[in-house]
Ligand binder design. Structure first.
Ligand code: ATP
Ligand code: MG
Length: 274
């Protein structure tokens, strides 16, 4: 019989050897990925193909991809999922959240350290989350950290040492800004992460999170949205436009008022200023 100890030992054994810091990554994807639209599977599939490219092609030891899309569309979770699924021995998340209070030079040092650590592993993935915030970009001015930009430009383009391979997944909600400062052309490929814009996709999410006790309640809520003008006649030119992150938080808010779930949810969606 297999007991808990065997299970824990097995976990130990498969744990990668190069000081992976997967906990922070797992935290980002703890809520899971809902397959609300084909595009979700397409993004994950494209990520998987890039992972295979890094793993197998000797010609491309360095591959980078930019996940971009509106705020809350799920870029961080998708990037982390792709990284996680690679099962590469070195997986690291570089996130502005982990660098609160760092000076510019401390940030540059921390970022460089992660890249040089990755060069010790045969296969690595680094998720560089929220580029604009990492760069301390502000629309007022506008300004950003040139020191961090220069570091990223170098690190994103530097080939790892012979025999080492690196996959870089970066995320941003401000792709035009990246283009303006010359950072978008360093990526080998780009994947757009769209918001939810069809009622069909919304329904998949509502079913998945079990907000409503039954099919009938859910259909009623969707009916309210159609009445409110959210219907997407065919090719979603409807008013619906909400990131999965925001939608999930609306769902949790609506849950707080069990007698009025549908009203709360439609109210929140309408309140988005659509
Ligand atoms: P921000 O613009 O604020 O950085 P983001 O685009 O990075 O936001 P995430 O932080 O990834 O968005 O939030 C997405 C949330 O939705 C996560 O909690 C994730 O688990 C959940 N989620 C569910 N389904 C999906 C999906 N198909 N794609 C992405 N995230 C999903
Ligand atoms: Mg994010």
């Amino acid at each position: 019989r297999v007991n808990r100890n065997d299970f824990m030992n097995a976990l130990e054994e498969v744990h990668p050897a190069f000081g992976v810091s997967e906990e922070e990554l797992l935290q980002v994807i703890q809520n899971g990925i809902i397959h609300f639209d084909l595009v979700v599977d397409e993004i994950l599939r494209s990520g998987q193909l890039l992972v295979e490219q890094v793993r197998t092609s000797t010609r491309t030891p360095l591959v980078s991809v930019l996940l971009h899309g509106p705020a809350g569309s799920g870029k961080t979770a998708l990037g982390a999922s792709i990284a996680q699924a690679s099962q590469f021995p070195f997986i690291k998340l570089i996130s502005p959240d982990g660098m609160v209070g760092f000076s510019e030079s401390q940030k540059v040092a921390a970022i460089s350290k992660i890249f040089s650590d990755s060069y010790k592993s045969p296969l690595s993935v680094i998720v560089v989350d929220n580029l604009e915030r990492l760069l301390e970009w502000t629309p007022i001015g506008p300004r950003f950290s040139n020191a961090i930009l220069q570091a990223l430009l170098v690190l994103f383009a530097r080939r790892p040492p012979i025999g080492r391979r690196l996959f870089i997944i970066a995320t941003s909600s401000l792709r035009p800004v990246l283009t303006e400062i010359g950072l978008s052309e360093v990526f080998d490929s780009e994947l757009r992460v769209p918001p939810i814009s069809s009622l069909a996709a919304l329904e998949v999410v509502l079913r998945e999170v079990e907000l409503f006790s039954g099919e009938r309640e859910r259909r009623e809520a969707v009916g309210m949205l159609v009445d409110a003008g959210f219907g997407d006649q065919g090719q979603g030119d409807g008013k619906l436009n909400v990131g999965i992150k925001k939608l999930l938080s609306m769902v949790e808010m609506a849950r707080q008022e069990p007698e009025n779930v549908a009203q709360r949810l439609t109210g929140a969606l309408m309140g988005l200023g659509m």
